[in-house]
Every structure is written in structure tokens, then in C-alpha cells.
Design a binder for this molecule. Structure first.
Ligand SMILES: *[C@@H]1O[C@H](CO)[C@@H](O)[C@H](O)[C@H]1NC(C)=O
Ligand SMILES: *[C@@H]1O[C@H](CO)[C@@H](O)[C@H](O)[C@H]1NC(C)=O
Ligand SMILES: *[C@@H]1O[C@H](CO)[C@@H](O)[C@H](O)[C@H]1NC(C)=O
Ligand SMILES: *[C@@H]1O[C@H](CO)[C@@H](O)[C@H](O)[C@H]1NC(C)=O
Ligand SMILES: *[C@@H]1O[C@H](CO)[C@@H](O)[C@H](O)[C@H]1NC(C)=O
Length: 176
């Protein structure tokens, strides 16, 4: 996917296409996907260039990063958005224990990352129109970039040549 191929048109009027037009702020336990299209669809399978997203800890590090994952995964993480942070239940390092992992706050050029360490500060994430993941109100800036073990991982405004722009949608059902 070439950077110029993301559809930058996402007028607020298209929010009517959201499958969650009225429950926008109540969407819980959602999945996250990347897609090159801004407007939502009722069925996530129909999103352009859709990829499911999964937590990733390639070297058993303390924090999870996020990778795209194709068909054949075992399960997908579900998320809530509270006080500007995404949260997800996940197993601890080496699969020991289960913890709430919260997003760590997005900075330009930084990875979408989750930590189980306490962080009292509100984050800068939101779901615009109930589905479109934003950083400080901006939906454009998410990138899919080359990562560890030849996986594709998510950065906010990743600037390496391997990065391509994407949108991130919250969806109720897996695309595949
Ligand atoms: C959704 O959230 C709004 C505002 O917080 C609340 O008024 C409404 O009752 C909620 N709807 C449902 C279905 O939980
Ligand atoms: C979405 O569409 C796909 C492909 O047409 C279909 O297999 C799937 O059952 C649909 N999912 C839902 C939740 O309707
Ligand atoms: C999200 O919130 C709902 C309702 O409070 C809760 O039942 C669910 O376990 C939470 N999911 C995650 C992944 O934290
Ligand atoms: C890429 O992002 C990093 C992290 O913000 C920054 O240090 C670096 O200067 C950026 N490089 C370019 C070419 O913009
Ligand atoms: C994660 O976020 C939830 C919701 O804001 C909060 O209650 C919890 O204390 C946070 N946990 C950590 C470890 O930061």
C-alpha cells in the first residue's frame, strides 16, 4: 500500500455509516483493526485493506506492542477506552498471570504500546464518531511499519521508510 492510497476523505457526515451511531461512547470490549478507509462499515470484513491487530511481545519484554495478524490467529485481544487510554486484559511476561494493560500515551514517532504498570495520567486517545481511533483528536498519523521478527507493528507518525499510513477502527466483530 502506497502512502497516497489512504482515503483521506472522512467527512463527519459519513458518521451516519457507523454501526454504532447512537452508542458511540458506549462501545466496550471492541477489537481494533487497521484499514485504508476512514468511514466505518457495518461488517468489518468489508473494510478496505483490513488487518486484525494483536498484542505482541516478541522478546518477552514488559510492555506489549501491537502487530497486524492474518487469518489463523488463536484469539484477538479486546479493548476498552477509558480516560483516554486503551485497556486490555492480557497475560503477563512468559504467560504468567493476567493483568490489565493500558496504553502508554502516544508520542510522535512512538509505538502503540501497553503497560501493566500504574499510570495515573489520562491518555490522549479517543474514538471519534464512536469507532475511529484518534491521538489528540487526529485520526491521521497511524502507521504500519516494519518491526521485530519481520512482523508489521503500529506507530503513531512512524517515520521510517517502511511505514505506510493507516486508520485504526474499533469494531465489534473480527474481519476474518
Ligand atoms: C451511553 O452513554 C451515555 C452517556 O454516557 C448514557 O447516557 C447512555 O445511557 C449510555 N447508553 C447505554 C446503552 O449504555
Ligand atoms: C461479514 O461478512 C463476511 C463476509 O461476507 C461474513 O462471512 C460474516 O459472517 C459477516 N459478519 C457478520 C458479523 O455479519
Ligand atoms: C470492558 O468493559 C466492560 C464493561 O465494563 C467489561 O465487562 C469488560 O471486561 C472490559 N473489557 C476489557 C478488555 O477490559
Ligand atoms: C523520526 O521520529 C523520531 C522519534 O520521534 C525522531 O527522533 C526522528 O528525528 C524522526 N526522524 C525523521 C527523519 O523525521
Ligand atoms: C488502567 O486504566 C484503568 C481505567 O482508566 C484504571 O482503572 C487502571 O488503574 C489502569 N491500570 C494501570 C495499571 O494503569
Amino acid at each position: 500500500m502506497h502512502p497516497s492510497t489512504i482515503l483521506t476523505l472522512c467527512l463527519t457526515g459519513l458518521a451516519a455509516a457507523s454501526p454504532y451511531p447512537r452508542q458511540a461512547s458506549n462501545l466496550t470490549n471492541f477489537l481494533l483493526v487497521t484499514t485504508s478507509q476512514c468511514p466505518s462499515t457495518a461488517n468489518s470484513s468489508a473494510l478496505a485493506d483490513v488487518s486484525a491487530l494483536s498484542l505482541f511481545d516478541p522478546y518477552y519484554q514488559a510492555n506489549y506492542i501491537i502487530r497486524t495478524i492474518g487469518p489463523g490467529y488463536g484469539s484477538l485481544p479486546r479493548f476498552n477506552l477509558t480516560s483516554g487510554d486503551l485497556g486490555s486484559l492480557a497475560s503477563g511476561p512468559h504467560g504468567v498471570g493476567t493483568f490489565v494493560y493500558n496504553s502508554t500515551g502516544e508520542v510522535e514517532g512512538g509505538q502503540l504500546m501497553f503497560s501493566k504498570e500504574a499510570d495515573e495520567e489520562d491518555g490522549n486517545l479517543a474514538l471519534k464518531n464512536g469507532y475511529l481511533l484518534t491521538v489528540d483528536g487526529e485520526e491521521e498519523g497511524w502507521t504500519i511499519c516494519g518491526g521485530p521478527l519481520d512482523e508489521e507493528v503500529i506507530y503513531w507518525k512512524g517515520n521510517s521508510t517502511s511505514c505506510t499510513p493507516t486508520y485504526i477502527h474499533a469494531v465489534a466483530d473480527a474481519p476474518y
